[in-house]
Design a protein around this ligand. Structure first.
Ligand code: THU
Length: 160
């Protein structure tokens, strides 16, 4: 049997097509790139989460002299929300990036580890996280759920 997997997303020509709250969240993600510690890659990533309370929490990538110890912006943020606001789900996460001395006009694409962490977070709260992916300018990608980024992801159900 042959099967096909597809998913849908919205591609906006620019951020001004976002709703007011999502535009604000993406702006927070862009601003969060300034808090990145990325002296090894010079690739500054910012992420912002809208919690079920309506408030915004930000995160950024934090690198290490021992390279694999560094952590991406998305997981910095998820770990921070999980520990500081354990009862609150994430409604939306926006992610952006600023490479030192370069343009960022294409939407960023989260790494595999972050996709797993995002899926874990969705399952933990039983609610989808809307994902907004963007550069500092240009097209913006909007996905209804982080799970779309990880087809056939490991959800832990086999551990039970
Ligand atoms: N990085 C993120 O923080 N998020 C992503 O979605 C992609 C990559 C970071 C990891 C590392 O600090 C730098 O960007 C270059 O890979």
């Amino acid at each position: 049997m042959h099967k096909k997997f597809e998913f849908e997303y919205d591609l906006l020509s620019n951020a001004s097509s976002l709703s007011e709250v999502d535009f604000e969240l993406l702006e927070a993600a862009k601003k969060a790139t300034k808090t990145a510690y990325a002296p090894y890659s010079n690739f500054h990533v910012g992420a912002a989460a809208r919690l079920s309370s309506g408030s915004i929490v930000i995160g950024s990538n934090q690198e290490s002299t021992s390279f694999p110890v560094g952590i991406c912006a998305e997981r910095t943020l998820l770990n921070s929300v999980g520990s500081q606001f354990p009862g609150l789900s994430i409604i939306t996460m926006a992610i952006s990036y600023q490479p030192l001395g370069k343009d960022s006009k294409e939407p960023i694409s989260p790494c595999g580890m972050c996709r797993q962490s995002l899926l874990d977070y969705e399952n933990r709260y039983g609610s989808p996280i809307k994902i907004i992916l963007s550069g500092m300018s240009g097209e913006v990608m909007v996905l209804k759920s982080a799970s779309l980024l990880l087809p056939f992801g490991f959800d832990g159900s086999m551990l039970k």
